[in-house]
Structure formats: structure tokens, C-alpha cells
Write a new protein. Structure first.
Lengths: 448, 262
């Protein structure tokens, strides 16, 4: 049919296959010719901070497009491990597949620094952002241990002392224990010169508390700690995130269900079979990159993706404590019990619902004089201001337009950290973590 | 007709369909709003409450057990094999193998497009075979895609759907995973068709040798490993205790939308 254009075009071509092909071929050739030029111009604009999104919502959702990304290896020699944190902990049958706390190690064969990386809200040790950091630090010559967020199902089930996640002091103590056990498990394979610590989002706030805890315990003697886009006050940040969903879908009855219908339908259409399913903070972000119509409400998307994370967290915690927030007390959940009704209830539960109806009552029951204000203050970097002011080894990196910061919090950070604060002009919440200059900064911070 | 705009046109059809769907959903939600939402944290079964991602799954007990069984098959059989496969072969060879099988069984797309009366799909898939088998060196490369002949997967389950068959209950098949009664039958028909095709191809290509059986089973085995290796999904790694619900929802919605596209 197609013979390199030797035959003349049929006069009444019902469909101009050849015309189409020739058009495509010429486009293809043109494209190939233009490609190097585009690459050159991208390369030429380096120097100053080169990040495309000035809108923090776009930055947060879309992240860093490939051309702006730092080059990191696609494959690194990662090995997964499992820990038994509490010997006597009973894993409820409904979490049968989550027995044992997972973490991963990429190791340098020579003597090298070891860096612990803590994931953000709801994220696992192998979420996309965690893999990005792992690859960048491995490439820079460090061994890397990646640890899931204490708000992740696997962590709550296996490693949370209180089983009620979100309390930064308790969560940090749990993290410290896990880091000790993880290091013990792999120490024989490593020759560590010094220990570093980093984390993003909630993991960054926890890193500050971990750094302080390490001053007492002295197990690792962290030489350097880098906080990436931390929340200052957890309570402020979860309020902001809750509002993102309420702002765009309204809080009247029924509105959430209709939004969910649309959102999940959008998800179903955008997902291609070959794509991995990974329902955490990052999962909707990847879908957006595929094809969400431009008028999509980025704000509600961010709120919604956090809501999926919080549903996972709240259900897990409720089952572990048998408190009855989501699952009526006395309900037996087996390995194959249908969970849809609990999923629905959990999706309707905001962070603030969680705080008011569960979290605060739980911690108040332990110390009856605890007021809600006191609890909120404890869960803020402000409660360790004095430590942070003097802690030369702890540095901060964030963005001027980070969405999870309340008014005044960015000033608080730059005032407290002084010249240890690096504040990029744009990037939203963690949107620029893969950007070239940002990665170079993070790596250099630990290398110097 | 086959032209540059076909793909784009189809996208607009899908988008319009989606917008229509959104309107229908918000319409029904508006009706539902007449009843006050009586959410209680411990009682999601209160009147007026609708499970947001409910799906028809009368055999849920069996399905959940099968889902769990498949996790075991994956963990103790497929994943170790896939790990070895990926360890031994360079990425470029894996891609070549994946392309080769896609091209070999592209004929299945031609057949199903034909059965669905989708002329554009038939032409598209046929051109993919022609270009990928020749320029693509027997199918190991995929030059058809950059030329604008995109992969449009059609299976017999979709064909049955286009003919008007409803999906029936959700069904988790042993080893194969999420499906429905209709799609399960479809997969059966597709795989019989594919093995007849593979037999014919092998018999023609290895006419004069005695190795036909060995080649047939070798290719079939390689393809099974290739299929598992090219799907990044891992059971129970979504970090969600509601993984079964989410997978069921995404699978059924995805199939529904693929058939509505027609």
C-alpha cells in the first residue's frame, strides 16, 4: 500500500493514508531536528533557580517536570527489610498482610555517611518522593535508610506505641526506636563514617524533634539534619489542608459524595492499566500529570489526596485502639471482611474531626488536665524554638509559597533559623524537591 | 477516517462524555441532598448515607479470598521469577520482548475491532502490525506509535460490552486477578484465539523442523513472565487498608468507561 511515494496519489482517495503518513514523517523529522535545539535552550537557562510554576497549587500538584529535574540514576541497588518492633504486639487479622515494619537500604560498599530519610504524611518508605531522595543521596555517595511516616498504615500497625498517630513527640520517639532497630539490622553490611537525618513535610517536622531527642540519647549523634518543607504547627497545617477540600466542594451534606464520585471517575479514566496503583499522598499527583482537564480544582485535588491518606490512617488507628470512631466497638474484622462502609465513613472524616473526636480525647484521657491549646502547642516547632535557635547542625529548606504554612510561619522559620534557612521563591508544598538546583543544594548541604 | 485528528476527536468525545457523566452524578447527588446527611462517625449505615464507591459485588467473600490467594501466587511464584528476569536482562531487551509480544498479538485487536464494527480501529491496528513487523524489525521496536498509530487495546470482554452484554458481578479470577463474569469469558475467548494464532505462526515459521512444540511452549512461557514483568502493580503495597475496594472501583470504572467510549 505504501511504496515510498513512487505511485501517484489516487485521485479519489477515500482516506489519504499516504498523505497522513507523509505529514507524520515530516513532522517526525522536523521534531528530531528541533529536539537538540530545545535541549540546548533548556541547558542554557540554568544558573539561577529554574522552576516553571509560580502558582503554588500547580507546583504542589504537578511537581517538577522532567526537563527541570536533577539527573539521578533510575535504578539503585535497594534492599527491603522487615522489623519486629514490639515482640508482643498482636496484628489484627484485617492487617494480616502488614505484619512487620518495612524499610529499605541502599548501601555504599566503601566507608560512607548514612542518611536516614523520613517520609511525609501517609507516605511509605518507597513512595515516589522517597525514591527521589534515595537516588539523589545514593548518587552523592551516601548510604540511605528510608523509613515510612508514622502516619502510614504499616507504621501504625507495627511501630506506634500509642497507636494514635499525629502526636509529634510520641511519633518521634517511635521513629527513633525504629531507626535504632533498622540500623542494628543492617549495621553488619555498612561502614558508617557519620550519621545524617532528613525528611520532608511532616517528616521534616519530626526530624527537628528527632534531632533534639538525639541530643539526649546520643545513639547516632547526627552531624547534620535537613528539614524539607516542614509544617510549623501541625494543627494549623491540617486545618489548611481540610479547608482545601471544603473551599471548593462546600461543606453542605451530600457535596462530598458528589465530589468523590467525580474525582474517582476522573481517576478511573486517567489511570492507564500499566500505571502502578499507589494510593497515598502522591497518587493523585501522578494522575494529574496524565490528563486532568485544566479547569480541575487543584486545591480540592490536594485536599482530596490528603483525605485518602488520612482515611487510611484514621481507620487503621481506630482498628488498633478499638475506640469505635469508624468501626463500631466489638466488630470483628477478619482477613476478608468487606470494608466499604468503613472506607466511606473514614473518607467523611476530616483531620479536624479526627482531632476533636478522637485524638484530643485520647490524649486527654491520659493526662486529664491537658487542654486542647496545650496539645496544639506541643505539636508545633514553636514548642522547641529555643533548641532550634541554637542547633547549628539543623538546617531548613522550604518555599516562600508553601501551602501548608499559616500566615507568619515563614517569618518564624527565617527568624529562628537565620542563615541556616534556605527559602526558595516558588515550589508550593514539596513541588520542587526534584528540581536541579534544589537537589544540588540538598546534596551539598550534607557533603560540605 | 484515518487522519491526524482521529485520536484528538476521540479524546473530545471522551471528555464530553465525562462532563455529561459529571452532570448526571451531581444531578443525582442533588436529589440525594433532600435527605439530610446523618453521618455519625460510628454509623455510616445511617439513612441518607450512600457509600461513595459502592460497586456490584455479590460474591465478595469468594473474591476477597481469591485476591488473597493471588497475592500468594504473586509473592511465591511470579515475583521471584520477575526479579530474576529483570536481573538477567537489560532494560532494552525487556522492552524488545514486550514489544515483540504486543505486536504478535496485535491481531487480537484487529479481530475485536472488526467484531465491534470499528473501522478506524481495524485500520489503526493493521498499520501497527505492518510498520512494527517491518520497520520495527519483527516487532521488537514500536515505530508505529511515534507515527501516530497508537496502541488501542480491545479485548473480547469489551466486544461483548459493545454488543450490549452487561458486566455481571465483579469476579476475581485465579492468577489473572480483577475481572467480571463478562470479562472473564472475554479473556477465555481471547486466549483461545491467541493460542490458535500462535500455533499457526509457529507452524508456519518452523515448518521444516521438529522444534515446533518447544518454540510454542517457550514463547508462551516467556510471554507469561513478560506480562507480569510489565505490570508494576504489587499486592498490598498501596498503603491503603481499603486496597480491595479501590482496586475493584478503579477496575470496574475503567472497563465501563472503555466500553462507553465506543
Amino acid at each position: 500500500m505504501w511504496r515510498h511515494g513512487r505511485d501517484p496519489l489516487p485521485k479519489n482517495a477515500t482516506f489519504s493514508v499516504k498523505g497522513t503518513i507523509m505529514k507524520w514523517l515530516s513532522l517526525l523529522i522536523l521534531g528530531l531536528l528541533l529536539l537538540p535545539a530545545q535541549m540546548l535552550s533548556a541547558a542554557a537557562t540554568t544558573g539561577a533557580y529554574d522552576y516553571p510554576f509560580v502558582n503554588p497549587y500547580e507546583a504542589t500538584v504537578i511537581g517538577t517536570p522532567t526537563v527541570y529535574q536533577a539527573e539521578v540514576p533510575k535504578k539503585v541497588p535497594v534492599k527491603d527489610y522487615q522489623l519486629v518492633v514490639f515482640e508482643d504486639r498482636e496484628i489484627p487479622p484485617v492487617f494480616w498482610y502488614s505484619e512487620g515494619l518495612n524499610f529499605s537500604l541502599v548501601r555504599q560498599k566503601e566507608r560512607a555517611p548514612l542518611i536516614f530519610v523520613i517520609a511525609g504524611t501517609g507516605a511509605s518508605y518507597q513512595s515516589p518522593k522517597m525514591k527521589g531522595l534515595q537516588r539523589a543521596f545514593y548518587q552523592a555517595g551516601f548510604s540511605v535508610i528510608s523509613i515510612s511516616s508514622p502516619t502510614h498504615m504499616n507504621f501504625i500497625v507495627n511501630a506506634s506505641t500509642t497507636k494514635v498517630p499525629g502526636h509529634i513527640i510520641h511519633d518521634s520517639e517511635d521513629l527513633y526506636r525504629v531507626m535504632e532497630l533498622a540500623y542494628k539490622k543492617v549495621a553488619h553490611r555498612l561502614d558508617v563514617s557519620e550519621f545524617y537525618l532528613t525528611g520532608y513535610s511532616l517528616g521534616a517536622s519530626q526530624s527537628a524533634f528527632l534531632a533534639r531527642l538525639d541530643e539526649e540519647r546520643r545513639v547516632f549523634n547526627f552531624k547534620k539534619v535537613l528539614m524539607i518543607n516542614p509544617a510549623v504547627s501541625l494543627f494549623n497545617s491540617v486545618n489548611i489542608i481540610d479547608q482545601m477540600l471544603d473551599n471548593t466542594i462546600g461543606s453542605e451534606p451530600g457535596a462530598f459524595n458528589s465530589y468523590l464520585g467525580r474525582a474517582i471517575r476522573g481517576v478511573a479514566t486517567a489511570f492507564e492499566r500499566d500505571e502502578p496503583l499507589d494510593f497515598n499522598e502522591d497518587f493523585l499527583y501522578r494522575i494529574y500529570k496524565k490528563r486532568i482537564p485544566s479547569e480541575a480544582k487543584l486545591e480540592s485535588l490536594i485536599g482530596f489526596s490528603f483525605r485518602i491518606s488520612s482515611s487510611n490512617m484514621i481507620f487503621t488507628s481506630d482498628v488498633m485502639t478499638q475506640y469505635g470512631l469508624i468501626v463500631p466497638p466489638g466488630t470483628e474484622l477478619g482477613q476478608t471482611t468487606p470494608l466499604l462502609e468503613y472506607f466511606g465513613a473514614a473518607l467523611h472524616t476530616s483531620f479536624v474531626d479526627y482531632y476533636d473526636n478522637y485524638f484530643y480525647p485520647f490524649y486527654k484521657a491520659q493526662s486529664p488536665s491537658l487542654t486542647s491549646d496545650q496539645l496544639q502547642n506541643q505539636m508545633s516547632l514553636r514548642s522547641i524554638t529555643n533548641y532550634l535557635r541554637g542547633a547549628d547542625k539543623v538546617a531548613l529548606m522550604t518555599n516562600n509559597d508553601d501551602l501548608i504554612l499559616a500566615p507568619g510561619e515563614i517569618d518564624f522559620l527565617s527568624e529562628v533559623f537565620g542563615d541556616r534557612a534556605t527559602i526558595w521563591p516558588t515550589g508550593g508544598h514539596c513541588g520542587n524537591m526534584e528540581q536541579k538546583d534544589v537537589v544540588a543544594f540538598m546534596v551539598n548541604f550534607f557533603k560540605k | 477516517m484515518l487522519n491526524l485528528l482521529c485520536v484528538k476527536n476521540k479524546m473530545w468525545v471522551v471528555l464530553t462524555a465525562l462532563v455529561m457523566i459529571f452532570l448526571v452524578i451531581s444531578g443525582s447527588a442533588a436529589i440525594a441532598q433532600e435527605q439530610p446527611d446523618e453521618r455519625k462517625l460510628t454509623d455510616p449505615t445511617a439513612p441518607g448515607y450512600e457509600d461513595p464507591i459502592s460497586m456490584y459485588d455479590p460474591w465478595e467473600g469468594f473474591n476477597r479470598s481469591m485476591y488473597k490467594f493471588n497475592y500468594g501466587v504473586d509473592k511465591y511464584f511470579f515475583l521471584p521469577v520477575v526479579r530474576a528476569y529483570k536481573f538477567i536482562l537489560p532494560d532494552v531487551v525487556e522492552t524488545g520482548i514486550a514489544n515483540f509480544f504486543k505486536n504478535l498479538f496485535e491481531i487480537n485487536n484487529v479481530a475485536n475491532n472488526l467484531l465491534q464494527g470499528n473501522a478506524e480501529g481495524v485500520v489503526n491496528s493493521t498499520f501497527r502490525i505492518v510498520f512494527n513487523s517491518t520497520l520495527g524489525l519483527g516487532g521488537i521496536m514500536d515505530p508505529a506509535t511515534p507515527m501516530g498509530f497508537y496502541k488501542m487495546e480491545e479485548d473480547f470482554g469489551q466486544t461483548l460490552g459493545v454488543w450490549g452484554a452487561g458486566p455481571g458481578p465483579f469476579l476475581v479470577l485465579p492468577v489473572l486477578g480483577p475481572s467480571t463474569v463478562r470479562d472473564g469469558i472475554g479473556s477465555g475467548v481471547d486466549s483461545v484465539g491467541n493460542s490458535i494464532w500462535l500455533t499457526a505462526v509457529v507452524n508456519t515459521a518452523f515448518k521444516d523442523t521438529g522444534d515446533r512444540d518447544k518454540v510454542y511452549y517457550g514463547l508462551t512461557g516467556l510471554n507469561i513472565i513478560n506480562q507480569r514483568a510489565s505490570v508494576p502493580f504489587r499486592y498490598y503495597e498501596t498503603g491503603s487498608p481499603f486496597e480491595y475496594e479501590l482496586v475493584r472501583f478503579v477496575y470496574l470504572k475503567d472497563r465501563q468507561i472503555k466500553i462507553e467510549e465506543r
